[in-house]
Design a protein around this ligand. Sequence first.
Ligand code: CTP
Length: 397
Amino acid sequence: MLKAKNILLGVSSSIACYKSAVLARELVRRGANVQVIMTQNATQFIAPLTFEQLTKHRCIVDTFDRNHEIRVEHVSLADWADAFVVAPADANVLAKFAHGLADDMLSTTMLACDCEKIVAPAMNTRMYENPAMQYNLAVLKTRNFCILEPEEGELACGTTGKGRMEEPERIVDYLEYLLGYGKDLKGKNILVTAGPTREAVDPVRFLTNHSTGKMGYALAKVAAARGAEVILVTGPTSLEKPSYVTCVDVVSAEEMYQAVTEHAAESDIVIMAAAVADYRPKTVADNKIKKQENDSVLELTRTKDILGTLGERKRPGQILCGFSMETEHMVENSRKKLEKKNLDMIVANNLKQVGAGFGTDTNVVTLITAQGDEELPLLSKEEVAEQILDRLAEMRQ
Ligand code: CTP
């Protein structure tokens, strides 16, 4: 999502500098061009060479470095950048930014920048809470700086409190949210479901399926990055919750039914990517079921069809999208579900196809609508999410 985006990474003096290396690496991994400017003091914590190896660009510390190309470096870097993220931002650089000081390469470049500006403060709690610091942060907010609030926790100085730099993964998520896409879905409410459901058998056992939630989470993340207000109703998964999305945790099909029906009415688009159990045990035993000598039979009953219910209640202009996993007659079976549940689109995949299905980072899907079928090639789940959202957004217009 950050492919070909130019990110200027500012590194100032804090023990959190070690996280900047992880941040630089992650930005490069997600396709960004990264250039690093350090304060002189930051070089006491981490060597410029580390960033040069990670970014394949010269790391700049000294404004009067004689190796500069013949151009005004701080201005050319400011022009080049789509975003300037300073992480960690120490108390000193934040004060300089707030007051427009320009006495080193980092602060000079910041003053010359009119791109997106993001700071991730890192310092001791008392320094952070000092009224002078809070004043400086308030000033920066009025100047459209995005402040990624530090977290509470154990600090390197031995105390516990607010002051830990935001985690690199979260900073990258924010940059993806900011720069990854145009905001073509702004103003849209999108409800996404993801993951499996668990249907209790007794206090120790449940029935479930192999869904990991990756496809639904990718949809929620991309929809939010494109500006939509997203609610993600998620069954149990081990995935990190996407940023900038409202998440509702559920366990069983019944809980998912309740959560989805509560939010569906105000949703412009509903995408049911969850693998909802079609059956649950007829009764849930209060105590653990003990094994018997002979075969045992577990009586099952149907769960509520969530998407079917939404299809019956669909209001004009609302778009419903389902998912369908098949191992044979994929298109025919999926088209029947499209019609039966009153859907606008169903995303079908064949579990037997390489690169498709549970737990993979890729998918091979066919988008089925009343107008026809469109088979997509092997794509990452985020790319599949983009394609699905493109089609659904076109239908809304
Ligand atoms: N779905 C739902 N409520 C259920 C079961 C499924 O909303 N109780 C949704 C899924 O999230 C998915 C779509 O319906 O978007 C799948 O339709 P379904 O007919 O349940 O598909 P399969 O379970 O694959 O059908 P079958 O078991 O008959 O092959």
